[in-house]
Ligand binder design. Sequence first.
Ligand SMILES: Nc1nc2c(c(=O)[nH]1)N[C@H]1C(S)=C(S)[C@@H](COP(=O)(O)OP(=O)(O)OC[C@H]3O[C@@H](n4cnc5c(=O)[nH]c(N)nc54)[C@H](O)[C@@H]3O)O[C@H]1N2
Ligand SMILES: Nc1nc2c(c(=O)[nH]1)N[C@H]1C(S)=C(S)[C@@H](COP(=O)(O)OP(=O)(O)OC[C@H]3O[C@@H](n4cnc5c(=O)[nH]c(N)nc54)[C@H](O)[C@@H]3O)O[C@H]1N2
Ligand code: SF4
Ligand SMILES: [Mo]
Length: 719
Amino acid sequence: MREATEKVTGNGERTTHYRACHLCEALCGVEIQVEQGKVVSIKGDKNDPLSQGYICPKATALQDIHEDPDRLRHPVKRVGESWEQISWDEALDLVANNLVSTHQNHGANAVGAYFGNPSIHNWGMITHAPNLFKMLKTKSRFSATSVDQLPHQLIAYWMYGHQLLVPVPDIDRSDFIVIAGGNPMASNGSLWTVPGFRHRAKALQSRGGKIVVLDPRLTETAEIADEHYFVKPGTDAWLLFAIINVLFTEDLVDLGRLADHVEGLDDIRVIAEAFVLDDVAEITGMPAESIQQLARDFAAAERGVFYGRIGLSTQEFGSLCQWAIQLLNILTGNLDEEGGSTFSLPAVDPVKGPASKPGHYGAWHSRVRGLPEFAGELPCCTLAEEILTPGEGQIKTLLTGAGNPVLSTPNGEQLEKALGSLDFMVSVDFYINETTRFADVILPPVSPLEHDHYDLALIVFAVRNVAKYSEAVFEKPEGTLHDWEIFAQLGERVGKQLDAAPMPVFLPSQILEMGLQAGPYGAMSGTAKGKEIGLSLAKLKAHPEGVDLGAHESQLPERLCTDQQLIQLAPKELIADIPRLLAQPKAVHDKLLLIGRRHVRSNNSWMHNYQRLVKGKPRDQLIMNISDAESLGVVNNGMVEIRSRVGQVRATVEVSENIMPGVVSLPHGWGHHRKGTRVSIAQEHAGVSANDLTDDLFVDELSGNAALSGVPVTIKPCE
Ligand SMILES: Nc1nc2c(c(=O)[nH]1)N[C@H]1C(S)=C(S)[C@@H](COP(=O)(O)OP(=O)(O)OC[C@H]3O[C@@H](n4cnc5c(=O)[nH]c(N)nc54)[C@H](O)[C@@H]3O)O[C@H]1N2
Ligand SMILES: Nc1nc2c(c(=O)[nH]1)N[C@H]1C(S)=C(S)[C@@H](COP(=O)(O)OP(=O)(O)OC[C@H]3O[C@@H](n4cnc5c(=O)[nH]c(N)nc54)[C@H](O)[C@@H]3O)O[C@H]1N2
Ligand code: SF4
Ligand SMILES: [Mo]
């Protein structure tokens, strides 16, 4: 047993703090040393049961964010072009009054909200933001989900009955993994909490296992894989259904233990017949023999798993792709089996627990374009038009929390126009970034090291069941608020004015304690495991390195949330979407297709203000295949103009053989040249924003998820 804080006294006190890095989904355990109130080192924690000492270069940002002079420490109000520091009372009153007056004068839906990615890495926002929304009752809610994993959640909801029943590759026990549209060597894994992916992949390979990558770029993951195939952006659904077709025609379908727990198998067989190998080879660019061989190898693998990530969800057929991925694992008997595609059992269980939200689809539609809501949120590619289009329900006041949609959602320039036209905007964020600069008031929470932490969201996708509570490293300075306090106080103020019944406010740690006690490893659960382990906050505090709760175990059919606990193989909405895929134009047009990429020293739009992470050669080049460069007359390091339906940007070209002909790649999250921000280092490394090219009208129509991949662009060299 270790103390959360170990003190060594000498010339000045040195303390050691154990913590989970919350910056990305990998949740690495870190050991932070502090001397005289200053972080002096951040290292991987070897005793963390999940990450076992692994960290990436971004871990240092925990210190850099904390110390960044650009980080806001007090609420600010915009006065013309400048910002004025105001008190918390004034700020919270001003915000609450504006939220309430918009609500009263224009209706509940005139108050919009956008929540960004870090909001799910911040447990206080998860526990306390809903408080405010219960008061506001707006249907104009948006989040980074719909530029990301929405199709995964939708498919889980339709097939397994719950949006969070998303299985993950059981890499530590697998011997065959196909990775499509994911680059864990750069991203450290997503909807797959797999810290130290490299080490785990190596272990798999040294057990005799194999990794296959399907990606339009020869990525860092493809480089360490055993096989890599180029796939034309946006055509994966063809490929995946062709593999399913091979499984049926070659009699390789074997559902194993789950055979009696599925519905709709015949429908799948019929659908797959439309995907003929030779056609699919032409459409996707992957040779017919390779598709066939991959199907055979996958079916033959003892413990195999197909994984498809963001390159498959942020495309025109994102939902069909994620459906096909689940089908592949089920049809080969790999779902819910050791070394296959397995479900976690988190200590605070969002699936079977009392706060479970299975999801709902199409309960309402966006006002302007009629795209469906999912789980209470509308697709964020409709945010700008919902602000700009007059009529009842037009968004007049916007709340953003932990996000930067100007750089992270399609058609950023249009969104800028929209934000500039709002009656009122408030942002809960500690930076004046490309989005929050439009706010009238910014409410900054404490620094990440000034609050305690428990991961309530991403742990669902972890490769092992673990639980870890991190104490704050520093006490929060006087006169500052946690994210949860900001939302609790706004909820209280808004509730009072709207005459809503007050909500009881518990601390996040009290909510955690209740969740742990009632959860599958808690004494109150009444299960054998619960009695044996008796997980509680006190137990987590006694083990700051984290508590290991074991490898994933088979849980189906009991964990399913569908009627009669049957897996729905062929939901009607998905079947109805197949004709849209079959109508996809097959002709190769004269446009190049734009995709993105990630770099291990970056994280969406907000790791560019730390010198240690941006130093070195620029990383925002447009990668282009040699053959395209030759035919366009573009040279390496030359400047080009890239145009799409919505905009144009200029970028330097990196000519490469590691990208498919006809495809170009530009990372997102850059474009820090915009005026009025306060991110000084990022401004010196401005880059351009890929989302000034991505198109708000280019979506997966079924889910409404943005299609950020496969955007048609034209390119010409600059004079
Ligand atoms: N073209 C293209 N676009 C993409 C993607 C892509 O692959 N290609 N990826 C998409 C994906 S997957 C995502 S998730 C989105 C991300 O899009 P967003 O979530 O909108 O953007 P981020 O850059 O993550 O936002 C970071 C902001 O959160 C703030 N923040 C950080 N921590 C906290 C905190 O604890 N509290 C509060 N209140 N604020 C905090 C930071 O200060 C910063 O301003 O981008 C999407 N956009
Ligand atoms: N370093 C770093 N880590 C991060 C982030 C970051 O910005 N930087 N962001 C975090 C977030 S919010 C998320 S959601 C995750 C995302 O995690 P990943 O899904 O692993 O993200 P990417 O690295 O963008 O990998 C997507 C891959 O899809 C490929 N691709 C694009 N279009 C297609 C297509 O049509 N078909 C196929 N088959 N492949 C395609 C791209 O070439 C790319 O290699 O990463 C998280 N981790
Ligand atoms: S991979 Fe890096 S950023 Fe992600 S949790 Fe680990 S140390 Fe933090
Ligand atoms: Mo994301």
